[in-house]
Design a protein around this ligand. Structure first.
Ligand SMILES: [Zn+2]
Length: 279
């Protein structure tokens, strides 16, 4: 069985599509107004038995991969990455046609999150951890829930780590985690800062906000730049965690900083997001 088949065997197309388009049962099948063309009477059908959808109006048809690609405007490797995670299938990715720059940058960010976390919980993170716990009153659980980390006070440790994991200079530059030097080379963008990972609506890590540890730094917060996986106008800090509550309450609270989002979570108010890219 290929990984694609394994993923399909573990997911139900009815559940997947229902997250995007509310489906109604109609006999053995499910139907809805088609998300791919304008219509009043539903001609979009989903078959659980065949794990297949088809629109009898516009002719769109396919499986879960086709649906996600079409609905979210993704390439196959990105749909594969999202559905693999939903299915709990760990992709081995031997085949280069199953990755693209976006999925590589998502993988790079996941590893960077682990790297920054490790630094925070090491000897060199003691001061930062003390600040988070004592001054910000964050518990271990909250620190872990938000995947907070620490960028070491070093010009190239993060990028060297990413290189050691097989990422190319080009990929590292495209991730925005480094700043290019005039001439050649680059250096780590985030140094001696507390790291707040930013996730998209599929919980993928796409960027970082970094808060200075030293109060005399000119910029208190700096952020990842816009990249092919981080569209600042579309991604808000905390949105992945707030989504359900926003739907339920039909209300979203916009706050200024990431710390405010975390503080609201501690207070059990979860329909809160922060504008990213602001300082
Ligand atoms: Zn249609």
């Amino acid at each position: 069985m290929t990984q694609t088949e394994e993923i399909k065997s573990k997911l139900d197309i009815v559940d997947i599509i229902n997250e995007y388009v509310p489906l109604r049962q109609a006999g053995a099948n499910f139907k809805a107004p088609c998300p791919f063309h304008e219509e009043k009477t539903p001609s979009f059908m989903v078959s659980r038995e065949r794990q297949f959808f088809k629109c009898f109006g516009c002719g769109e048809s396919g499986d879960i991969f086709t649906f996600l690609q079409k609905y979210e405007n993704l390439e196959f490797p990105e749909a594969l990455q999202i559905l693999a995670e939903k299915a709990g299938v760990k992709l081995t990715r031997q085949d280069p046609t199953l990755t693209n720059l976006k999925t590589r940058l998502n993988d790079l960010h996941s590893l960077a999150v682990e790297f920054y976390k490790q630094v925070l919980f090491s000897q060199e993170g003691r001061q930062a951890l003390k600040y988070l716990k004592e001054q910000r009153k964050l518990s271990d659980e909250i620190i872990k829930e938000f995947n907070l980390g620490l960028a070491p006070n070093d010009w190239n440790r993060a990028s060297n780590f990413l290189k050691s994991k097989g990422f190319t200079d080009y990929e590292i530059k495209q991730s925005g985690l480094v700043v290019e030097k005039s001439g050649t080379g680059y250096y780590d963008r985030f140094r001696n800062r507390i790291i707040f990972p930013i996730q998209d609506h599929h919980n993928k890590f796409v960027g970082f906000t970094a808060r200075a540890l030293n109060t005399d730094e000119p910029a208190k917060y700096i952020n990842s730049p816009q990249t092919i996986i981080y569209n600042k106008s579309q991604i808000l800090f905390g949105l992945n965690k707030a989504r359900e509550q926003i739907k339920q309450k039909k209300l979203v609270i916009l706050v200024e900083g990431n710390m405010d989002v975390i503080a609201s979570h501690i207070a059990k108010v979860k329909n809160v997001v922060a504008v990213s890219g602001t300082s």
